[in-house]
Write a protein that binds this ligand. Structure first.
Ligand code: RTP
Length: 150
């Protein structure tokens, strides 16, 4: 895996409303990933049907749609070694009650239908999701210079 693998991480409406944006950003930052895109946005049905294309026939899909359209979503893109796989590790299992303590869902959620965050599950899907949620010019390529500032 290259060092500049990118993943799409979204703080879902419940995570935004519960004030968990700073906590979730901090976890990705502290792990060592570089933020290359971020925006607060509202999702519409067309976008969500593309984003969750594999789930549209599931019985829970209507509930998932209204959940994801219930408020703003923080869309982010993070870059770094194994960002897709490790991003999913930071998130925890889809069902928060199967997520280990120390993961975001394990620490902050109890319901699968209110699981706070989304993370791409493969490099291929990460590329698709990033292209779906962001315009090319909204992603910033830069070299982190953290140690030059302290
Ligand atoms: P996500 O895409 O949100 O990161 O979640 P995931 O890959 O871990 O899980 P996936 O199977 O793709 O499901 C997408 C989202 O649908 C909601 N869900 N509700 N039984 C249910 O009510 C149910 N199952 C799934 C969750 O919000 C899940 O994250």
């Amino acid at each position: 895996m290259s060092n500049n693998e990118r993943t799409f991480i979204a703080v879902k409406p419940d995570g935004v409303q519960r004030g968990l944006i700073p906590e979730i950003l901090t976890r990705f930052q502290n792990k060592g990933y570089k933020l290359v895109g971020i925006k607060l946005t509202l999702a519409n049905e067309t976008l969500l049907k593309q984003h969750y294309a594999d789930l549209t026939s599931k019985p829970f899909f209507p509930k998932l749609l209204s959940y994801m359209m219930s408020g703003p979503i923080l869309a982010t893109v993070w870059e770094g070694k194994d960002a897709v796989k490790q991003g999913r590790v930071l998130l925890g299992a889809t069902n928060p009650n199967a997520s280990a303590p120390g993961t975001i869902r394990g620490d902050y959620a109890v319901e699968v239908g209110r699981n706070i965050v989304h993370g791409s599950d493969s490099v291929e899907n990460a590329e698709k999701e990033i292209a779906l949620w962001f315009k090319k010019e909204e992603l910033v390529d830069y070299k982190p210079t953290m140690y030059g500032w302290i």
